[in-house]
Design a protein around this ligand. Sequence first.
Ligand SMILES: Cc1cc2nc3c(=O)[nH]c(=O)nc-3n(C[C@H](O)[C@H](O)[C@H](O)COP(=O)(O)OP(=O)(O)OC[C@H]3O[C@@H](n4cnc5c(N)ncnc54)[C@H](O)[C@@H]3O)c2cc1C
Length: 479
Amino acid sequence: MTAATFDVVVIGAGPVGENVADRVVQGGLSVAIIESELVGGECSYWACMPTKALLRDAAALRAVRQLPGAAAAVTGTLDVNAVLTRRDQFASNWSDDGQVAWLNSAGITLVRGHGRISGPRTVTATAADGTVTTLTARHAVVVATGSSAALPAISGLTDVQPWTSREAASARTIPGRLAIIGGGVVGTEMATAYSALGSTVTLIARNGILPNVEPYAAEYVVESLTDSGVRVLAHASPTLVARDASGSVHITLDDGTVIDADELLVATGRKPNTDDLGLDEVGLPAGSWLSVDDTLRVTDASGTLVGDGWLYALGDVNRRALLTHQGKYQARAAGSVIVARALGAAVDDTPWGLHTATADKRAVPQVIFTDPEIATVGHTVATAAKAGLRVRSVEYNLGSVAGAALHADGYAGRAGLLINEDTNTVVGFTAVGPDVAELTHAATIAIAGEVPLDRLWHAVPAYPTISEVWLRLLETAAR
Ligand SMILES: Cc1cc2nc3c(=O)[nH]c(=O)nc-3n(C[C@H](O)[C@H](O)[C@H](O)COP(=O)(O)OP(=O)(O)OC[C@H]3O[C@@H](n4cnc5c(N)ncnc54)[C@H](O)[C@@H]3O)c2cc1C
């Protein structure tokens, strides 16, 4: 057993843990980071990077095929092995050497092992060989342990050894028939990827496809998946799953239909990595998502700070926005406020202040890399209504925008703004169409900046680009 004291102890070296550690070191504090698997976390090896690498070649091929001259140059089919090899490179071949080298260069102490809160400001790290290191934090302990795939209660499910997003992101071969349970972002992205890579895909969803985006955006994706041969069952519930002696999986649905597949991917949501984190030491139930205050300190169910405010939770584990960029934004806010509190400097916890993650509640950008892509920022009609905002919605057909029509023959897509009637500012943006991902940041700036519509009028989109849709949306709003 060894022991050491640092200013800050971070549990979990995913993108969020790495970022907060870097921030506090840059602020002059010492930091230890504990990691039980690979430094870099889910995003680097089993989520963002490998899944987007699986999708990228097919997207590029589709883009070329929408331009007759360029299409004439494409004579072959997708080279699946080349796609998988490039995917492997983007997952760093599941080696964290590069990220460990970065931790070292940044002055962050890495402790390999499973971290567990063992008392006030104290964490024990148990390495694979049983070695225990006790780490005490002078100022803060940060939980950045992320999330894992949650499996639904379906009879026989665990016996068939289903894929989760991890297996889908790292598969070495493409199954002939892939069934996917779950119509959210992971389910639709992987249906897009595996269909393009040669699998016959069945997508099974209980509550519709992409139920959290504007319905018009989801419709484009459903139509495209169907056109590319994916069987989409948008309102079906699996009741029984079994694998036979030949290795085939059979999924029985609530209406008696049986889907046969070679592999089954379950993409029905996430659970927090807090099962064995010592939450009982701070009076919280094991396995729970961690609630936080405006400066990302852990609170209990009544909103009261846990301990005297030494425990922070960032990234997926606080369930604010399960996205890498948003977790890293939280890390920047939390890193700064931890340093400020340690040095006795002023804390700016006002909305949009340096030490608060205000955008988590107002301006979260997300790109869904389906065919076509969906870009969203801030509210949808449904979430605005839930938040009690008085909004009006304007939409525009992207295919009628000159820049989009030039971008690809037969360009099809739609974009919409949600305008807060009381403030005359944009509070929500959605676009669906080829290559709309890059429209996201303009919307993020408009929403986070609370730019009034009459000032947005002066933000002139360059001609001829897909961004011209901004002008068309503003003209539509002015009518
Ligand atoms: C298939 C898929 C695709 C995705 N694609 C995107 C995308 O394109 N863009 C995007 O923004 N987001 C994407 N996400 C979400 C993104 O992966 C997560 O939001 C991000 O990884 C969260 O970062 P994190 O640091 O909070 O957690 P994680 O990345 O999960 O990292 C947590 C780390 O903590 C470690 N850990 C856990 N418990 C302990 C413990 N007790 N002791 C020590 N170490 C511990 C884990 O091993 C892990 O390394 C995707 C998610 C999935 C599943």
